[in-house]
Design a protein around this ligand. Sequence first.
Ligand code: PLP
Length: 429
Amino acid sequence: MSVFRPVAADRTRLINPFRVMDVLERARQLELAGADIVHLEVGEPDFATAPQIVAAGVKALELGHTAYTPAAGLPALRERIAGFYADHHGVTVDPSRILVTPGASGALVLAANLLLNAGDTVLMPDPSYPCNRNYVHLVGGRAVLLPPVTPGSPAPTPAQLDTVYDGSVKGLWLASPANPTGAVIRADEVKTLSDWASTHDVHLLMDEIYQGLDYLDDPAAGALDGPAAGALDGAAAGALNSPAAGASDGPAAGTMANLPTALGYSPNNLVVNSFSKYFGMTGWRVGWLVVPQALAATANILAQNLFIAAPTPAQHAALRAFDADVTEVLEQRREAFRQRRDFLCDALRSVGFTLPWQADGAFYCYAGIERFADDSEAFCQMLLEKHGVAVTPGTDFGRHDAHKYVRFAFTNSLPRLELAAERLQLALR
Ligand SMILES: Cc1ncc(COP(=O)(O)O)c(C=O)c1O
């Protein structure tokens, strides 16, 4: 009698495991054996969720808000997110275009299913967030990774896009600020890329999950200026309004979101965002996706089928996340991240790492190890095993020169970063 042996579907073989999880697991083993490990590998804020948000979540549970919400999310939360775009970006987004999802991850899965046919190509930078190419592969699409024009460039250029463009290209997926580089795509570049996408019948999907966590002093980088307004045509022209339009009673503009949203450049652009990073709610699992109006109804049907809804108590908690007293807490945390960024970048340079990408946002430095090694996985293993510093190899994020880079996440306190710097000095001097 033959014995049934379960076999995973062929497409699962296209999906790579996260090497950072191996680093984390090994770090935990070492800790169990008594080692002191400085964790700079994990991409989530080390701050607990702001107490006001926690209280709102507890209250929601006490009030019995434990049933499903509509698939696209609590109407009040969708309104609130629309208010965020009006207040902070001067962009009017109809709440019907906003779908609340289980994290940005849910938004990306939804977007891949919404937009891609088998055989479609999506262009994305190398390096970039590793899950994105897997979402594309899982729906039968093809992710094509574009190496940086020069190390340190935050986005592909139109000329580079032209060289790889063919009729199968249906999507351009970017993130700003980006993981793993911390690089920010400036306003004029977002507009140029949005225009390129429009003229090639390609959708632009911008992952703005790290918005709010930027450390730029130059407000012009994020200004929603003339050219951006001009990018909207016809019926969409009304989408750009003064900040007062549709404003909720949120905090004053000038905090939380200094960078431009891709929604300001074309009504066809899609935006992914989340309460995970700036709002410090990774484990609550709430994010959102903004889709073009013409796709909202289909996206809603897909959301019903894929998730039914994002977690209800978490959505109630997220309703509190835009309030001024919470922004105050989050802005203090942003300042702490900025100090850590300043310290870590200096420390890494003085040890001998190169930093081609400007860590202007998120909480990552993507550092070149060419002075020390040419195998980032072995290098990370050596730092962890011999020196108690856990970092992530570049091979998690792409292929192009990935063996020459490691990602440092400054999701740990300044004293712990100082300890890491001492250990790096010792290891690499
Ligand atoms: C660029 C980027 N997008 C999406 C995600 C997923 O975030 P979420 O926790 O909201 O699902 C991450 C998580 O690290 C990320 O770095």
